[in-house]
Design a binder for this molecule. Sequence first.
Ligand SMILES: Nc1ncnc2c1ncn2[C@@H]1O[C@H](COP(=O)(O)OP(=O)(O)OP(=O)(O)O)[C@@H](O)[C@H]1O
Ligand SMILES: [Mg+2]
Length: 401
Amino acid sequence: MNNSSILLISSNETTSIAIGDALSEIEGAQISRQDTSVSQLNGAAVETASGYDIVIFATDPDNSVELSAIETLTNTRKDGTIYLALTDADLPLSKARTLTRAGVDDVLPYPAPNGEIIEQVSQWIEKRRAEVEERYSSRDTHGQLIAVQQARGGIGATTIAVNLADQLLDKRGTFKKEAFNRVVIVDLDLQFGTVGDFLDVEEQEGLLQLAVENFLPDTNWVEQSLVRLPSGLAVLAAPQQFAPLDSLQPEQVSTLIATLKTMFDYVVVDLPRALVNWIEPILTETDRLYIVMDMTVPAVRASRRLMDFVLADNSELSIELVVNREKKPMMLREHHREAAKALDASFSHWIPDDPKAARTAIDFGKPLSEVAGRSDLSKGILQLARTTLTQMPKDGSVVRV
Ligand SMILES: Nc1ncnc2c1ncn2[C@@H]1O[C@H](COP(=O)(O)OP(=O)(O)OP(=O)(O)O)[C@@H](O)[C@H]1O
Ligand SMILES: [Mg+2]
């Protein structure tokens, strides 16, 4: 299933309602209305229009204020938004050209029969869909899937998943502004997920829609469902409402993962603690599983059980233990050695206890790198990210500098 979000801007409410009704016949079309004009929206137009696939606005090209407002809008277009101008049906061709010069993709004469409007808009929806598809298919990306699982509640798995994803961007350049990698963080802790809180992103309904309606997600759906932060990090947050965990089908999840892998170099997944039936397709595709734990007996036992469970069907899976809230000791102490023995595994990563930095990041709703970059916690996670990047270089023959 594909949804297309359409924004209708017209100060004539009757026109707006009539067109909205007509377009609602297009499958998957989600229509919003703003009963005003582009110039009346003024500075808010860009903000209002952002996030829509298609923006249709009624306008008069003789009005120079309108024309310059339209130019501002099309000049700041994001993610290939399509702009369609709705004009008087008798508009001379030269006037229509003024609009296309102002950056409008197409001019739709109005009034026109519903069928015609539907057909024209549908063609643009199709064109945009093909473009998004093309943008990703030509990249030929085979992203790496990194899953983060917690050994017990509140252990710090989300803190690590979110900040690991942020550091995997591998920012470069003079002001460290350019992300070298394309990274997405996906909150699959559908019911209790807090990734959105950590990054100050509103809850998103995409994953709920996926759970409730039974369709297979494609690049268009992913593109519409995620939010991109200024850093470049893409976020697929958990929904606000309780999503019934088992209504998500394993096939949907495996399609989601496969799609994400074609779109991003690194896909970081914050897993739910419940071992639901769609965990298996994730594990099959996982390139690295980080289990976040500590040295408490329950966490060590849970880690052991998790490893047994995961390895039973995925014996080749690379699992690494991340000890949270403890600095790497110079030498393992007795209780460390005992835990390692019980787990039959070694501790690969240690993230220091740093309540102040952890708290600051939550309060700001920002990654540690932005608000507490020099903290021990941030440095610990940076180290984890660096090791990850070295051990799992992004695919392709990119020469790392
Ligand atoms: N290394 C750390 N030092 C200090 N505080 C930490 C550290 N890691 C995480 N925390 C804090 O511990 C709390 C729980 O962290 P977080 O939400 O990441 O854990 P979780 O395992 O995802 O929990 P949940 O069970 O809610 O999913 C948060 O308040 C977080 O700021
Ligand atoms: Mg969590």
